[in-house]
Design a protein around this ligand. Structure first.
Ligand code: CTP
Length: 408
């Protein structure tokens, strides 16, 4: 099942000011168009030194605007028309000089002019700065950035890393995919603004000896999708992840752990500071009673060693038992192989949580799609088969709707 285009119906004015990062704007245009947006490119004179109108026109599929004196518009007012049609203006790259122009309310070129002329309440302005680290750190730039933020613009990045000039530091423009995701996140409803969500994800790894252990096939994808969806909804998110190789969602604080005990220690110290707890981790039920200090060797007898196991702490149940005032609103997951809803109902009561999300374990581990059933005291709500991010957003909406009393 293909992921629905996330920017379908959105009209984005993509502004380019001068900088080497203009090369990334080509890829960004492709990403935005692929995500369903219509993209109207506007370039400054300086941007034209770095990338051509032909490239940007071919990628966006629309004539590019470069001048406020462009007479193609019947009323000869491209600065008014372009900003009235836009759902958002994204300037990527936003150079130091361009941010300085915005800070002063200057309007000498079409891009700055249309930013100034935009309806400030309905047309958001997002800036992706790109410049040398010294330029970014300069007090003049920082002063200008503070001013444009105070005037209602939003900043995407910059990131730290290698720069075209050969230096390393803050000022790199975000990558095209990161900017697309930031725009997608920007348009999500802020259902969890001011709230905080703690998520566990992935498997745990229980060491047998220094080279072997007990684990499972959980990919962590559902938990990472929930962390991303909660962050998109405006929450402060902490993700406690078992051993998985997934990128950390933007804006999410990640804590990596290995064993169930490490996960339990991390979660129990963090839980009282969070409004919601979502336990998606496939926590190993048992661990070797004692991990061997050295690799266990075959002794030649043909006999396999016997592993004594101890039960791991139930993290979700422990959080659900925290005293009132320290206890987040808890969501558990139940990966079952049969009688999904019946097992989920029993599990909800056993763990003492308001909501359990049931799914068919064997058919979801590692997959990009899933189907869920939400089980609470009132009954069952199915969330039909979809990609995990779509399901995660739906779950976040259900959490916000069911727990309006959660204020932190
Ligand atoms: N869970 C947990 N700590 C554990 C075991 C499970 O926090 N030690 C959480 C999971 O993250 C999930 C929920 O409890 O949200 C249910 O996990 P599941 O493995 O389905 O249930 P179990 O309690 O292990 O029960 P069973 O294996 O008997 O189905």
């Amino acid at each position: 099942m293909p992921t629905p285009p996330e920017l379908q119906g959105r009209h984005i004015v993509l502004g380019l000011s001068g900088g080497v990062a203009c090369y990334k704007a080509a890829e960004l245009t492709r990403e935005l168009v692929r995500a369903g947006a219509t993209v109207q490119v506007v370039m400054t004179d300086a941007a034209l030194q770095f990338i051509t109108v032909a490239t940007m026109q071919a990628l966006s599929g629309r004539a590019v605007f470069t001048s406020q004196w462009d007479t193609r518009e019947p009323n000869a007012m491209p600065h008014i028309n372009l900003s009235r049609q836009a759902d958002a203006i994204l300037v990527a790259p936003a150079s130091a000089d361009f941010i300085a122009q915005l800070a002063q309310g200057r309007a000498g070129e079409l891009l700055a002019l249309l930013c100034l002329a935009r309806p400030i309440e309905t047309c958001p302005l997002l800036l992706a700065p790109a410049m040398n680290r010294e330029m970014w750190a300069h007090p003049a730039t920082q002063r200008n950035v503070a001013q444009v933020l105070a005037d209602g613009a939003m900043l995407l990045g910059p990131a730290a890393g290698d720069q075209a000039c050969g230096e390393v530091g803050d000022g790199r423009m975000l990558e095209a995919g990161e900017l697309r995701d930031a725009l997608v996140a920007f348009f999500q409803p802020k259902r969890l603004a001011g709230r905080s969500v703690l998520v566990t994800a992935g498997p745990t790894f229980e060491a047998i000896d220094p080279v072997r252990g007990i684990s499972n096939h959980s990919s962590g994808k559902m938990g990472f999708a929930i962390a991303r969806a909660a962050a998109e909804a405006g929450a402060r998110v902490t993700l406690v992840a078992g051993p998985v190789h997934l990128p950390t969602p933007a804006g999410v604080r990640r804590i990596d752990v290995q064993s169930a005990q490490q996960m339990a220690d991390a979660v129990l110290s963090l839980a009282p500071a969070h409004g919601f707890f979502v336990a998606t981790a496939a926590v190993a039920d048992w661990r070797p009673l004692q991990a061997a200090g050295q690799k266990i060797k075959k002794d030649g007898s043909g006999q396999a060693p016997t592993l004594a196991l101890a039960e791991n702490p139930d993290i979700l149940a422990a959080v659900a038992r925290l005293p009132e005032g320290q206890r987040p609103w808890c969501v558990g997951f139940a990966a079952e192989s049969e009688h999904i809803v019946e097992h989920a109902r029993a599990k909800r009561l056993r763990k003492g949580v308001p909501l359990i999300v049931a799914n068919h374990g064997p058919s979801t581990f590692g997959q990009d799609h899933n189907a869920l059933v939400l089980v609470d005291a009132a009954g069952e709500t199915p969330l039909p088969r979809a990609d995990k991010l779509t399901l995660a957003r739906a779950l976040v909406a259900e959490m916000a709707r069911r727990a309006p009393e959660v204020t932190r």
